[in-house]
Design a binder for this molecule. Structure first.
Ligand code: AMP
Ligand code: FE
Ligand code: FE
Ligand code: ZN
Length: 282
């Protein structure tokens, strides 16, 4: 059966494989399609599309925007975004600049607690191109010998309540839905179980949410069933993805959670309708 993994990260955010490498890995695993959903960045999509064409893997252009709500993590995926949209590019650029300023603040705080991590090293690990994030800083901390591994670095320094935690400027979920639609993309709520905001789904649908990631690596089997059921009840597109971040030790393997290819058709149709709406707007 032809399967798609619609949630992956590359070196353009906090993944460890380049977009072309993610696509090549998808092909190795026999996946028919892969979604590229970097945090706050769409610059890796072009390379992935090119690799997909070469290797015969369907690449779904995407993005993942982390938003701010009290007490949980609400992440919005956007599929079939227009990678040339200047409104979306500007919005994402603002978020990435916020990430850079925040990385500077975290490094300063780390130095304050005796962890001598250099901003230059963090940016080198982030590869200079994409969205610099706490995972890159965590790798620098491990490299400097101040944590055993990435998750230890979060527990010691980077998680909320720890000495070097700095929040970053974020969209609200509502702003992310609007920004994704303005960029011609179809908004889908990522890993709804960790978002824990089922009661908001109808409001978000009124703003233009079209799907939920019913199957995600972090979802237990009963949660997967729950979200497939909710998607059916509300008429939302149910997507699936591994949240692959690259080499072993950085999360789930590629293809850990997948959906059928008809999901991609529905996402493409939704994005086409959204774009037709944009074109018709005054
Ligand atoms: P940021 O967007 O810079 O705040 O970083 C968020 C990313 O950090 C998430 O997408 C995860 O990939 C990673 N992350 C968050 N918490 C942890 C943790 N406790 N251990 C390992 N990685 C984490
Ligand atoms: Fe990540
Ligand atoms: Fe996420
Ligand atoms: Zn993700």
């Amino acid at each position: 059966m032809q399967r798609a993994d619609l949630h992956t990260h590359t070196t353009f955010s906090d993944g460890t494989l380049t977009p072309a490498e993610v696509v090549a890995h998808a092909r190795e695993l026999g996946l028919a399609a892969v979604g590229i959903t970097d945090h706050d960045a769409i610059d890796g999509v072009a390379e992935a599309l090119e690799a997909g064409e070469r290797l015969g893997v369907t690449v779904v252009p995407g993005v993942e925007v982390n938003t701010d709500v009290p007490g949980s993590e609400v992440h919005m995926l956007g599929y079939f975004i227009d990678i040339d949209s200047s409104t979306l590019r500007e919005a994402l650029k603002g978020l990435r600049e916020g990430r850079l300023r925040r990385a500077e603040q975290i490094v300063t705080k780390l130095r304050g607690v005796g962890v001598p991590v250099e901003l230059e090293r963090v940016l080198a690990i982030a590869d200079g191109v994409g969205a610099v994030g706490r995972p890159h800083i965590a790798r620098a901390i491990v490299e400097a010998g101040f944590a055993a591994d990435i998750s230890d670095a979060f527990d010691r320094y980077l998680s909320p309540g720890r000495p070097a935690h700095v929040p970053r400027p974020r969209f609200t979920p509502e702003e992310a839905i609007v920004a994704i639609r303005e960029g011609g993309g179809a908004p889908v709520l990522a890993h709804p179980a960790s978002a824990g905001r089922d009661e908001c789904l109808r409001d978000w649908m009124r703003l233009g949410l079209v799907g939920i990631e019913a199957d995600h690596t972090s979802h237990r089997p009963d949660e997967v069933l729950h979200y497939y059921r909710i998607a059916r009840e509300l008429g939302l597109i149910a997507t699936a993805g591994s949240d692959f971040h690259g080499s072993p030790g950085t999360g789930a393997p590629l293809g850990e959670r997948t959906c059928g290819l008809e999901v991609i058709d529905r996402l493409r149709e939704a994005a086409e309708r959204i774009r037709a709406g944009l074109a018709a707007a005054p």
